[in-house]
Design a protein around this ligand. Structure first.
Ligand SMILES: Nc1ncnc2c1ncn2[C@@H]1O[C@H](COP(=O)(O)OP(=O)(O)OP(=O)(O)O)[C@@H](O)[C@H]1O
Ligand SMILES: [Mg+2]
Length: 444
């Protein structure tokens, strides 16, 4: 198979650094790093801050100066960056320290992209070569107790700061190792924040807050990176504090602002193919942990059935996300997941199960330009022939601004029936937003 051409030309200037000289610098750093490994007598990053260590390091760097020919600037950079190679994440450190960077995507040693404020852009960060990139990947995996090598060439894990990493290497990855980092850890996004950045409107947030408090089970749907997990996080903070939450995730990334949370994470099988604990195992187990609400990070398979069972039997108000293109697609996928359990239930039974389990579907989209928006909040209702949606809120495009970004407005639609039960849960909600302006059929 022919290797694809790198997207970033080797000598293209990126940011304010020349790519070729940056690669050269990384190579020099690797040379020095290899030489000094084992020579420096320190065991932690704290010790690196001491003037004695800095002096010792400078001594080493100057010792190799003749061999690798460093400029004064490069010597200074070496002193800062060598510790990143020894204890940190190598050239990725500045990106990991930048609060504006939400995703870091390494396609190969000389090709790194970052997403800032929803917009993907090439970065001037490079690795010396694939071996250098592999060392950083291996360090990240080992630090969280995972391994990655030819016999186990992919790893999906969570870093100490809550970020999620996925690494995939040869033979599965072509043209170099790949690393994807989704950063979460430091920021908690509230519904207020999502209203402020126009992900949804205030009336939508008010309705969702009341619905969560009133134990409506909610399915959050959307495409890759549309903001499902972020929305799940924000909604879970509306769960009353006297209720116990169990979270179940493949690689934990939720940071719930709640006093009573038990977090569970799946475990992949070991090298002998044993010891796997799936989301399904954890959902079943969570029922014995006296949960008030169960939150599954993302339903992907057979656990959908157990989750629906839980929602139908006393764990109403549970929340989950699903990868789907629209609201209808979300339900079809859920049906498929139930079918994957091997239980041969008639479709009508599965549908009525879904309807009595799930009350609302919140569908998110990622817009051109990076904004995330709630496209629809729909209520799921059972009908004699299956199910139907009542769209309570919808996103309407009103035009395009001079920068090519779409202009939107959130319109209020049909009044959801579940509002009638809010008072049973002691939830005070003013439904008057729904009365005056109802959506016409065209707007739906
Ligand atoms: N409402 C939002 N406004 C702006 N940025 C957002 C919003 N929601 C999420 N993001 C950013 O988009 C990225 C993806 O968010 P998130 O992980 O919540 O999406 P997701 O749909 O769960 O993704 P995946 O499909 O990978 O599970 C994150 O970097 C996050 O910071
Ligand atoms: Mg997600």
């Amino acid at each position: 198979m022919m290797a694809t051409e790198p997207l970033l030309e080797k000598n293209s200037p990126i940011g304010n650094r020349d790519r070729e000289s940056e690669i050269d610098f990384q190579r020099k750093k690797q040379t020095i790093h290899q030489r000094i490994v084992g020579s420096l007598d320190i065991t932690s990053t704290d010790e690196m801050q001491t003037p004695e260590f800095q002096q010792e390091l400078r001594g080493f760097v100057e010792l190799f100066d003749d061999e690798v020919e460093l400029t004064a600037d490069e010597i200074d950079r070496m002193l800062t960056e060598l510790p990143w190679e020894m204890f940190g994440n190598g050239p990725l450190e500045p990106l990991l320290a930048d609060p504006e960077v939400s995703d870091i995507l390494v396609n190969r040693a000389h090709e790194v992209f970052v997403e800032r404020n929803g917009v993907m852009e090439p970065s001037d960060v490079v690795f010396a070569d694939d071996a250098h990139l592999m060392r950083v990947i291996q360090r990240m995996a080992t630090r969280v107790g995972r391994r990655i090598d030819e016999s186990c060439p992919l790893v999906d894990a969570r870093l100490e700061d809550g970020s999620r990493i996925n690494a995939i290497i040869a033979p599965l990855a072509l043209d170099g190792s790949k690393l994807s980092i989704r950063r979460f850890g430091k920021r908690h996004t509230s519904l207020e924040h999502l209203v402020a950045n126009e992900t949804l409107s205030q009336p939508m947030a008010d309705f969702l807050r009341a619905a969560v408090a009133a134990r409506q089970s909610i399915l959050i749907s959307g495409g890759t990176g549309s903001g499902k997990t972020t929305m799940l996080n924000a909604l879970s903070s509306c769960i009353p504090h006297n209720q116990r939450i169990i979270t179940i995730e493949d690689s934990a990334e939720l940071i719930l602002q709640h006093p009573h949370v038990a977090r569970l994470e799946t475990r992949p099988s070991n090298s002998e193919g044993l010891g796997e604990y799936s989301q399904r195992d954890l959902v079943k187990n969570s029922l014995r942990m006296r949960p008030d609400r169960i939150i599954v990070g993302e339903v992907r398979g057979a656990e959908a059935l157990d989750m629906l069972q839980a929602m139908n039997t006393g764990h109403e108000g549970s929340l989950t996300t699903i990868h789907a293109n629209d609201t209808v697609d979300a339900i079809s996928r859920l049906e498929l997941m139930v079918a994957m359990t091997g239980l041969e239930l008639p479709l009508s039974v599965v549908r009525s199960y879904i309807c009595s389990g799930i009350s609302l579907v919140v569908h998110l989209v990622r817009e051109q330009g990076g904004a995330r928006r709630v496209k629809r909040i729909s209520e799921l209702n059972r009908t004699p022939d299956g199910l139907e949606f009542r769209h309570a809120f919808s996103l309407k495009r009103t035009g395009v601004d001079s920068a090519g970004r779409s202009q939107v407005e959130f319109v209020i639609g049909q009044r959801p029936c579940c509002i009638d039960s809010f008072s049973e849960f002691g939830v005070d909600y003013d439904p008057s937003v729904f009365e005056p302006a109802s959506l016409s059929e065209d707007d739906q």
